[in-house]
Structure formats: C-alpha cells, structure tokens
Design a protein around this ligand. Structure first.
Ligand SMILES: O=C(O)COP(=O)(O)O
Ligand SMILES: [Mg+2]
Length: 223
C-alpha cells in the first residue's frame, strides 16, 4: 500500500485569519472605511481571496466597480505580510514529520492563490513536507470543483488517499473527487459536523497519524 494525504491550508494547517484580516483592514482603510471584526472576515474565508474581497466590499459599502482595485490593494499588503500573525495549528509540524517518516506522500490543495500559499509555507518552515502545492489559480477551476484535488493526487500517486480540510468547501470537494475526507474541526467551518460527509474527524493534529493509519489501512485492505 502506498499512501498520500493532501491538506487544505487556511484553517487546516495554518491559522491564517489574522493576517488576512490585517490585509483586509489595510484595504478598507485605504478606501476610508472602518475595519470589520476578525470573526466576520474569518467567516468569509474558504472560496479564495477575490470572493472574500467581494464579501468585504459588500459589508464595507465599497462600490462593486472598485473590485479590481480592492483585490490589488489587499493582495499587495498580503504579499508583504503573508505570515506576520499566522501560525501552524498546534502539533502540525510534528504530525507532518511523523507522516513523512511513515512514507506517506504529502501535498497541499488550497483556494488561496499559489504564490501567497508558497510564501506562508516557506515562512512557517512547512514547505519541506510537501511535494505539490495546488493553489486556487493553478487550474481554471477551484474547489469545490474536484479537479484541483485530482491534480494534487496525480502528482503524489498513492493507492490509498485522504484529503484533510476544515470547511464545507473541502468536504464537497472530497465528495465530488471520491476521496476520503478527514475534517479538522478547529478551523473556519460554519456548518455542524454531522451535516458534512466525512470519513473521520480530528480536533488535534497529534491524533492524525493514528487516524490515518486506521482509515487508510482499512480503505486499502477493502479494495
Ligand atoms: O483562500 C481561501 O479563501 C481559502 O483557502 P483554503 O482553501 O486554504 O482554506
Ligand atoms: Mg480551509
């Protein structure tokens, strides 16, 4: 059995909301608008930055015509400050080390643009674990379309596969790709756990290696 696990980034490997909030706050300031709360901005994460900016503009009262400018401003700040406040969730680094040592091939599939995703992974010393990083702009379509997830697994191979993510978008992506989904319950999800299709759930990364052993071994044995 060869195993491969692909991870979502925002709200799964990395608690990145504070830097996204800071970039949004800077953009709003440049438009003369007051900040939104961290919780409000966090609730907009999951479908990529352009979508998030559109939702922020609607809340902040910025005209739709300024969309491209708002995205450019937000991304300019974010590129300069990709991981000032972001941290891997507790246990992520140890978990990735253990999975890698167990011979499991690892990748990332995020709706964040690939360039800032790489910046964050480098800044937090996580890039060494991943053989492939698929961003929201790698293909013409993004999650929940299954194509980006398929693309990541094509690079990794693996007869037993699992996708780990935190959101409704991730659950739908995995389901449409027919890949087992491991839900990280401490991310930015808004929907109750029991309303999502999951193979397993985990609330701490220290538990993931044992869960992967159980879920992925059963899967391989049942084929
Ligand atoms: O950029 C986003 O909105 C979400 O990114 P994610 O797919 O890594 O959660
Ligand atoms: Mg996420």
């Amino acid at each position: 059995m060869s195993r491969a696990i692909v991870f979502d980034l925002d709200g799964t490997l990395v608690d990145s909301a504070a830097d996204i909030h800071a970039a949004v706050t800077q953009m709003l300031t440049e438009f003369g608008k007051p900040p939104l709360t961290l919780a409000r901005v966090t609730s907009f994460i999951g479908n990529g930055i352009p979508n998030l900016v559109r939702l922020v503009m609607r809340d902040g009262g910025i005209p739709e015509a300024d969309e491209n400018l708002a995205i450019t401003r937000m991304m300019a700040y974010y590129a300069a400050h990709p991981a000032d406040l972001s941290q891997p969730y507790p246990g992520v680094t140890d978990c990735l080390t253990r999975l890698q040592e167990a011979g499991i091939r690892l990748g990332v599939c995020t709706n964040k643009f690939r360039a800032p995703a790489l910046q964050i992974l480098e800044a937090l010393d996580l890039m060494q674990y991943f053989e492939v990083v698929v961003g929201g702009d790698t293909l013409p379509v993004r999650k929940p379309d299954p194509a980006p997830l398929h693309h990541a697994f094509e690079a990794l191979g693996g007869t037993s596969r699992m996708y780990a993510g935190d959101s409704e978008v991730d659950a739908e992506t995995a389901q449409r790709a027919s890949i087992d989904f491991a839900l990280f319950t401490q991310g930015y999800r808004k929907t109750p756990v029991d309303q999502l299709v999951t193979a397993c759930t985990f609330d701490a990364f220290r538990n993931l290696p044992a869960i992967a052993d159980r879920v992925m071994t059963v899967k391989a044995g049942s084929v």
